[in-house]
Design a binder for this molecule. Structure first.
Ligand SMILES: [Zn+2]
Length: 183
């Protein structure tokens, strides 16, 4: 049973009751429970609310409002759509500009992974339409974005450069270095 399964089970046993992060952490047996909660909410459509959604909840408190997931949402993005979005965004994180295989800024031993993110979260009515989807790296996706944001023109260029063969990317790098050195 995965951490996500354990959290789902626990929440379903406590529908309508306030549960705490501590309880969830204990059930999940992992520290990254927040991401699992987000998945349950965004991918499975479970109505998990926090203090952000409800003023009667304190930080660190959650409530599953209904045992029934929202029916209209919660379906996963198909592999085809995922590929389409990745290609459209040039395999480039739309927040920090990271590409696949770049080192994870929070864990240099690991590489970032690219995720498909909903610009307007599913929990707030966001859809799986292409214009509501974008690529985010694992670091930005976890909301750890004290990472420097890259401007839109730079992102577009980065995305195009990533599609070039290695030799051409090196040429771009050399040309950029030259132009920056002469500034
Ligand atoms: Zn990023």
């Amino acid at each position: 049973m995965s951490a996500r399964d354990r959290i789902r089970d626990f929440l379903l046993k406590n529908v309508g009751k306030v549960v705490t992060t501590r309880q969830i952490q204990k059930v999940a047996q992992i520290s990254e429970y927040a991401r699992r909660i987000r998945e349950l909410r965004d991918e499975e459509g479970l109505e998990i609310k926090s203090h952000i959604d409800r003023s009667d909840l304190k930080p660190g408190e959650y409530i599953l409002e209904s045992s029934k997931p929202r029916t209209t949402l919660g379906k996963r993005i198909s592999p085809q759509l995922r590929t389409e979005i990745l290609e459209r965004n040039g395999f480039t994180c739309q927040q920090c500009g990271a590409g696949p295989g770049d080192p994870d800024p929070f864990n240099p031993n690991r590489k970032v992974r690219l995720h498909i993110d909903h610009v307007v979260p599913v929990s707030q009515g966001g859809t799986d339409d292409k214009d509501n989807l974008r690529v985010l790296c694992s670091a930005c996706n976890q909301g750890k974005s004290n990472i420097q944001t890259v401007s839109e023109p730079a992102l577009n260029i980065l995305a195009r450069i990533r599609k070039l063969p290695r030799s051409a990317r090196r040429e771009v790098l050399e040309a950029l270095k030259k132009s920056l050195d002469s500034d």
